[in-house]
Design a binder for this molecule. Structure first.
Ligand code: F6R
Length: 614
């Protein structure tokens, strides 16, 4: 949800900034901009509608010199995408340039007040309001830049991560955050600033994560200084990050999404490494080991998450209830935070998030902790806000996910949930020893079976062409497959813009069956498990109404595959692990349909990878 990059140091700022923007483009890509302070103390600001590559092309022949600069890639909140609303925004006096990620909720009131003081506004953004407010306070008070920022930020309500250039102090870069992430990298005389650690990791492994309501000043040739809004000095541990965070490359695939779908066998193996021991039949997660008593004595688990992570949470509920007999509630973080939920100090709240930055999930965590619950994070992005805000957690370790539509993170989340469930089930003796060991072995074998599932890519690629005409899709599943149906429908909606609904298959009769006709493709997860007979009836009901059935079936199935219009075979596995395999054909289906329709799969319209605003 907007990406910020900043640099001040010995080197040229532009290459660091443009490269950083490319790595942060997953956060927003409707416009981009750069501000550079050149050797003559001039501020050059360039902005362009569209992607970072459009900006790069637009300024190919312009002066891009300078050792200080800030840059931004935008996901619009206030004001439509375009060069005028793109960041950086420069104050009327020309003294300040600002980039911002977040939402200033009281921007309208501040703008009206500033208008009365003679300020004019060029854009429709809340960010321009903030830079003008900073300008106004600087002109009113005889104060240094940090004091001006403290005063301005105390006036704003909302979320922000900002980077600021003050032309009266071009040898310094300023940054501040509240509820939106910012990382500062340090190397010799150079400072790097970014919304996540990836753009920094190539230059230095020494980083500091800015905390809420802190302001950082990065003086060229001096140390990093961080104070809070009350001007108290804040000391921070300098963290070491891996220089091999892995630059995201497409590795020969047409899109990141396809690469990430195909990476799943390796990612899931990495996710289980050192945790699953098929020989011993055990799963050991350090967070479960360290907080055994707290987890085992929980009266209830509550899972909070958004989007795809929420779908993983629905599978988590079934795993925890089925394997560990622990009652579980699953809530959308955005609903949970405002629903006045009953949270007990004996509850354990699981917060699931790929990015570790989702604003609603973070707010749900704060609420849960303030009520005394114990919070367990399941995240991908190492060192992000959610893992730092939780009591404990397990990383999913699937590597950077760049495609906006989440794929490998979903299977990583389900894998971690299955591991937690199996670890707890052993402690609680809720599974008999043999079944437990068999499930552990089955889990360990999932990466190889995923490789088999990926072989369906060719067949799915060709059948996708037939279905590009469709205006609507229905996805059906039961039990563990119901969240898979929801996830399949979400993938299709996000990247192909085809309307799709996920339903528990038996609910069809209670209304949605009215939608079925010969135009309606119905994707049904019909793998061999306890629900097979019921699903078979559901398939027949759809065929009787001339619906087009695309069935995901278990290898060797000769009943449903004969009735369905198209069937895709996947290897059999334990019912509770089925989502790890059945999801993959649905990811591929959404991908190929979107490609056939000529959509920008990695950067679907209106979406951003990390939703750091409400
Ligand atoms: C869908 C998707 C989103 C995210 C949601 C939560 O493909 O990616 O629905 O799952 O925005 O994001 P995280 O997991 O980062 O909290």
């Amino acid at each position: 949800m907007c990406g910020i990059v900043g640099y001040i140091g010995n080197g040229e700022a532009y290459p660091v900034l443009i490269d950083g923007l490319k790595q942060l483009e997953y956060r927003g890509y409707d416009s981009a901009g750069i501000a550079l302070v050149d050797g003559n103390g001039r501020l050059n600001v360039y902005k362009e509608k569209g992607k970072v590559a459009d900006l790069e092309k637009h300024i190919a022949d312009r002066d891009k010199s300078g050792h200080t600069g800030i840059a931004h890639t935008r996901w619009a909140t206030h004001g439509e995408p375009g060069a005028v609303n793109a960041h950086p925004h420069v104050s009327s006096s020309g003294r300040f340039a600002l980039v911002h990620n977040g939402i200033i909720e009281n921007y309208a009131v501040i703008r009206e007040n500033l208008k009365k003081k003679g300020y004019e506004f060029r854009s429709a953004t809340d960010t321009e309001v903030l830079v003008q407010l900073i300008d106004y306070i600087a002109s009113r008070d005889d104060a240094d830049t940090v004091a001006v920022l403290q005063c301005a930020l105390k006036e704003v309500v909302g979320a922000y991560a900002i980077a600021l250039v003050d032309m009266e102090h071009p040898d310094c870069l300023y940054a501040a955050r509240k509820s939106s992430p910012l990382v500062i990298g340090m190397k010799d005389n150079d400072f790097y600033l970014a919304s996540d650690v990836n753009p920094i990791a190539a230059y230095t492994d020494r980083v500091v994560y800015l905390e809420d309501e802190e302001i950082a000043s990065m003086h060229y040739g001096d140390r990093l200084r961080i104070v809070n809004l009350s001007n108290a000095e804040c000391s921070h541990e300098v963290m070491t990050v891996s220089k091999n965070l892995g630059r995201a490359e497409k590795g020969g695939f047409g899109h990141y999404m396809l690469k990430e779908i195909f990476e799943q066998p390796d990612c899931i193996r990495d996710c289980m490494r050192g945790r699953v021991d098929p020989e011993a039949g055990t799963v050991t997660l350090s967070a479960v080991r360290d907080h055994r008593e707290r987890l085992l004595s929980a009266g209830r688990f509550i899972i909070v998450a958004c989007g795809t992570s929420w779908h993983a949470g629905l599978i988590g509920k079934q795993l925890f209830e089925d394997l560990c007999r622990i009652p579980v509630e699953v809530a959308y973080a955005s609903e949970f935070r405002y629903s006045n939920p009953v949270i007990r100090s004996t509850d354990v709240v699981f917060a699931i998030s790929q990015s570790g930055e989702t604003a609603d999930t973070l707010a749900a965590i704060e609420l849960a902790r303030s009520a005394g619950a114990f919070v367990y994070g399941i995240c991908n992005a190492v060192g992000a806000s959610i893992p730092r805000a939780t009591d404990t957690g397990s990383y999913i370790h699937v590597g950077p996910e760049i495609g906006v539509a989440s794929t490998k993170a979903f299977t990583g989340q389900v894998t971690v949930l299955a591991m937690i469930a199996l670890d707890l089930a052993r402690e609680k003796h809720t599974l008999d020893g043999e079944r437990h060991a068999a499930l552990v072995r089955e889990l360990a074998g999932i990466p190889d079976k995923m490789r088999e599932v990926l072989k369906t890519d060719t067949v799915i690629g060709s059948l996708s062409r037939i279905f590009t005409y469709a205006k609507n899709f229905i996805y059906l599943g039961r039990g563990y497959s119901y969240p898979v149906a929801l996830e399949g429908a979400l993938k299709l909606k996000e990247i192909s813009y085809i309307h799709a609904e996920g339903y528990p298959a038996a609910e069809m009769k209670h209304g949605p069956i009215a939608l079925i006709d010969e135009e309606m493709p119905v994707v049904i997860i019909a793998t061999r498990n306890a629900m097979y007979g019921k699903i078979l009836s559901n398939v027949q009901e759809i065929k009787a109404r001339k619906g087009k059935v695309i069935a995901i079936v278990t290898e060797g199935d000769d009943v449903i595959s004969r009735i369905a219009d198209v069937s895709v075979e996947i290897p059999g596995t334990a019912e509770c692990l089925d989502p790890l395999l059945a999801t993959i054909p649905l990811q591929l289906l959404a991908y190929h349909i979107a490609v056939c329709k000529g959509k920008d799969v990695d950067r679907p319209r209106n979406l951003a990878k990390s939703v750091t605003v409400e």
